[in-house]
Ligand binder design. Structure first.
Ligand code: DX5
Ligand code: ZN
Length: 223
């Protein structure tokens, strides 16, 4: 099945957020990746509900909301109401991860779990079948524009093996430092969703870059 491209709005120009989302509507982007940071789980603060609602009001594609916040279970309903279609929480931020995943699904969203670069994929072995998405962080979360951590490639392969072994219906998303230079390798390793912030929004031709990311590995069979 064809891979998905999820441009990260964190790298957009917030002075013209409406136009940036319109640009995505006119591109081959599949999802808008929306990074929420609380200044506690990660050192940075990004934005909250009013901004997500403003993005939702314009977006014609699903909102892939990545919560880099402590105790995300406090706000699941609010993110649903703000417009999240896919809601991803960090395993490191959730002592009761299984319950949180169930609550996300009960609210009618797709459930994702993100793992920091140092977190082993075995951590989620016992909830894998409950998930729609696993987001492997290929940078330390908190900022856009960081360097891709190479260990993500073997990590993706290991996770893909675990998913195939169980025949689970879970997509692997890679987030951080992704661009034309490493997209093919990631798809070959088993990635299905590529998040790209700087690579898209800082490009001279964002729509063309999304199109290139989308057409990479056309003959790769990612199941
Ligand atoms: C990092 C965020 C990423 C980030 C990606 O904390 O979760 O989604 O926006 O940006 P780039 O593609 O610039 O690394
Ligand atoms: Zn993200």
């Amino acid at each position: 099945m064809k891979h998905l491209i999820a441009p990260s709005i964190l790298a957009a120009d917030f002075g013209k957020i409406h136009a940036e989302v319109e640009m995505l509507n006119n591109s081959e982007a599949d999802w808008v990746h929306v990074d929420v940071m609380d200044g506690a789980f990660v050192p940075n603060i990004s934005f909250g509900f009013p901004v997500i609602k403003a993005i939702k009001a314009v977006s014609k594609i699903p909102l892939d909301v990545h919560l880099m916040i402590e105790k995300p279970e406090r706000y699941l309903k609010d993110f649903k109401e703000a417009g999240a279609d896919i809601l991803t929480v960090h395993a490191e931020a959730c002592p009761h991860l299984h319950r949180t995943i169930q609550q996300i699904k009960e609210l009618g969203m797709k459930a994702g779990v993100a793992l920091n670069p140092h977190t082993n994929v075995d951590t989620i072995a016992d909830v894998l079948e409950d998930l729609d998405l696993v987001c492997l962080m290929s940078v330390n979360p908190g900022f856009g524009g960081q360097k891709f951590i190479y260990n993500t490639i073997p990590k993706t392969k290991k996770l893909k093996g675990m998913i195939d072994e169980r025949n689970a219906n879970v997509q692997i998303e890679i987030d951080g430092g992704v661009g034309l230079q490493n997209a093919e390798k990631l798809l070959q390793a088993g990635a299905r969703v590529l998040v790209a912030g700087s690579a898209v929004f800082k490009a001279e031709d964002p729509i063309g870059t999304i199109s290139k990311l989308k057409s990479i590995g056309k003959d790769i069979v990612v199941v």
